[in-house]
Design a binder for this molecule. Structure first.
Ligand SMILES: Cc1ncc(C[n+]2csc(CCOP(=O)(O)OP(=O)(O)O)c2C)c(N)n1
Ligand code: SF4
Ligand SMILES: [Mg+2]
Length: 351
């Protein structure tokens, strides 16, 4: 294993959240990724979001697959539960864990190779089932860990570092997530912390399948001219649909906005998303319009970022299955095995 433990010493004046935790308490080991890798910025944004939301680290389960992106859960939330699955299998392992213990906050971290190639079947079923999770794809358009082969999200016509042109059509994970019924869909850029942190916070508070596609340049293999996932390309083609702020209702809501510039989306769990609309025509609650908007801008070579779709009244796998509120892993043997009489009644109903 290549990892370095961080020294535990804190500066006494570091700001603390409501749980008396500093940001350092949400960090993990020292990253071994390449200096400048977008994935490290996403880890920093996750740390910031969890710190700001006063998330209790022991209530988080981080799961990932294989790849540079999937290594990152080791670099944040060092006091949380963590599990590295086989390549592309994070969604099914997470689904199982979620069904066993619905009380944890599930954070699935994946790469474009991990989710759009080997794990595609897993990704689509997690979305269509509505697993209550934050699913983050750290999207660099390449298999970073195995030295830069094109991934399935690489745009047609984009160039590899060695000058080879990609001739395959890209898979758009945002379009798929929308089509499959994800109830919170957003795209951002690793280098835009101001946009990314609130999007992660909104996803954490969302009670359903929340999907975040984060363009995350690979400085080693996909940050050159001709790449559509480089820092320069994304900065030039970024079209932000909204600016987001998340206001947990535990705090006093202070609103400071001009009429017509902001809309508020009340979520089922009582939290409120405040959207600063840059494009007055963009409505993130309109599913069909969101799908069209993303496709139209993609055709123009624009990367649309922001909260693209949110269902203010989401449902999740537990509500679809009608499971009990008590996490299954806390039920007594008596409740899990109700006895011969009940079993015979169930079997009788099947005859
Ligand atoms: C079953 C299996 N097949 C192939 C591999 C080799 N492999 C490791 S990581 C990876 C792709 C990683 O790409 P991505 O998910 O985009 O992560 P990145 O490194 O770009 O962050 C591949 C193909 C593997 N580890 N296991
Ligand atoms: S190879 Fe690419 S994705 Fe992997 S750590 Fe380096 S910059 Fe990041
Ligand atoms: Mg990748």
């Amino acid at each position: 294993m290549t990892y370095i433990t961080k020294p535990k010493l804190h500066h006494p004046t570091l700001p603390k959240n409501a749980l008396c935790h500093t940001r350092r308490d949400y960090e993990g080991k020292i990253s071994t990724l390449c200096a400048g890798c977008g994935h490290d910025s996403i880890s920093a944004a996750i740390i910031q979001a969890c710190w700001e939301l006063n998330v209790e680290p022991h209530r988080v389960a981080k799961l990932s697959g294989i790849g540079c992106s999937s290594k990152t859960p080791d670099y944040f939330l060092g006091q949380s539960h963590g599990f590295n699955t086989v390549h592309g299998r994070m969604p099914s392992v997470l689904t199982g864990a979620n069904l066993a213990n619905r009380d944890l906050l599930y954070l699935g971290v994946s790469g474009d190779g991990d989710s759009a190639s080997i794990g595609m079947g897993q990704f689509v079923h997690a979305m269509r089932r509505g697993v209550n999770m934050v699913y983050i794809v750290e999207n660099n358009g390449v298999y970073g860990l195995t030295k830069g082969q094109f991934s399935a999200t690489a745009d047609e016509g984009s160039m590899s570092k060695k000058g080879v042109k990609n001739t395959d059509s890209p898979i758009d994970l945002i379009g798929l997530a929308l089509q499959l019924g994800a109830t919170y869909v957003a795209r951002s850029f690793s280098g835009d912390k101001a946009q990314l942190v609130p999007l992660i916070k909104g996803a954490i508070l969302h009670q359903g399948a929340a999907f975040l596609d984060v363009i995350s340049p690979c400085v080693a293999f996909n940050n050159h001219a001709g790449s559509t996932k480089s820092y320069e390309y994304v900065r030039e083609h970024n079209d932000a649909v909204n600016r987001l702020d998340v206001i947990p209702t535990r705090e006093e809501i202070q609103v400071d906005y001009e009429p017509g510039e902001t809309i508020e989306v009340a979520q089922h769990d009582g939290s409120t998303l405040r959207l600063h609309k840059l494009h007055s025509h963009y409505n993130p609650c309109d599913h069909i319009a969101a799908t069209n908007y993303v496709q139209q801008h993609h055709a123009r070579g624009e990367v649309v970022t922001g909260l693209l779709y949110v269902d203010p009244e989401p449902s999740d796998l537990h509500s679809h299955l009608g499971t009990v509120q008590v996490p299954l892993n806390r039920l007594e043997v008596r409740e899990l095995s109700p006895g011969r009489e009940v079993l015979e009644r169930i079997n009788g109903g099947l005859r």
